[in-house]
Design a protein. Structure first.
Length: 217
């Protein structure tokens, strides 16, 4: 087994998972649920995050698009937006997409991806999610669809703010069934109604699973 120096860069190469220069990884989405019918190119800086299973990530994105049922008038809030994994495809059909993320490199990637797609209806800001949600509530902002894809710990203590921001529907993507169950219970207490649960086998031959929950007002 070969050991790697801690300063060495390691890149993944393969179908749909290409190296761009020495600082970014990327994949391409075929035309999906878009009135423009164009492919979308998504890249992220090394050290950033993307689902490791590119094929199932595309399934995840398509499922989110199906659940959103967006129109050209809808405004969408994408929390934990990362490099725009959902924001960029959603922006092809939505009125506006507002993405919030705590990692600066992810926000840089999201902005670049949106610009490359020729989009003018997106905005991405770097902000801690809890702080951002409280600020938006104070401004009486309401979004037709609230999308969140938090890390494993979920969003404890944020159900009230999320409910206030949600005008029609909410989509919660989770990699941890336990914290998803906890957060869904809090959201249901706020009056949201759970409509669908869709598991995605993101990590074949392991016990780990990705789950998409659709809630509506």
């Amino acid at each position: 087994m070969q050991s790697l120096d801690e300063n060495e860069d390691v890149f993944f190469e393969g179908e749909g998972f290409a190296v761009t220069g020495r600082r970014a990884l990327s994949f391409t989405l075929s035309p999906i649920a878009s009135h423009t019918g164009k492919s979308l190119y998504l890249s992220w800086e090394t050290g950033g995050f993307c689902q490791v299973n590119i094929k199932q990530n595309k399934t995840l994105i398509q499922t989110v698009l199906d659940f959103c049922k967006i129109s050209e008038e809808d405004n969408i809030l994408d929390l934990f937006c990362g490099m725009g994994n959902f924001s960029i495809p959603l922006a092809e059909n939505a009125g506006t997409v507002f993405g919030i993320e705590g990692q600066a490199s992810a926000i840089r990637s999201a902005r670049k991806n949106s610009t490359k797609a020729g989009q003018t209806n997106t905005e991405f800001i770097k902000r801690p999610i809890q702080q951002a949600c409280k600020e938006l509530v104070q401004k009486n902002r309401i979004f037709d669809c609230v999308l969140l894809d938090p890390p494993r710990q979920g969003v404890p203590g944020l159900a009230k703010e999320l409910n206030s921001l949600c005008g029609k529907r909410m989509i919660y993507i989770s990699c941890d069934p336990a914290t998803l169950f906890r957060d869904l219970a809090d959201l249901l207490q706020q009056g949201l109604v759970l409509q669908k649960l869709q598991p995605i086998d993101m990590f074949p031959q392991t016990h780990h699973i990705e789950t998409i929950a659709l809630l509506e007002k």
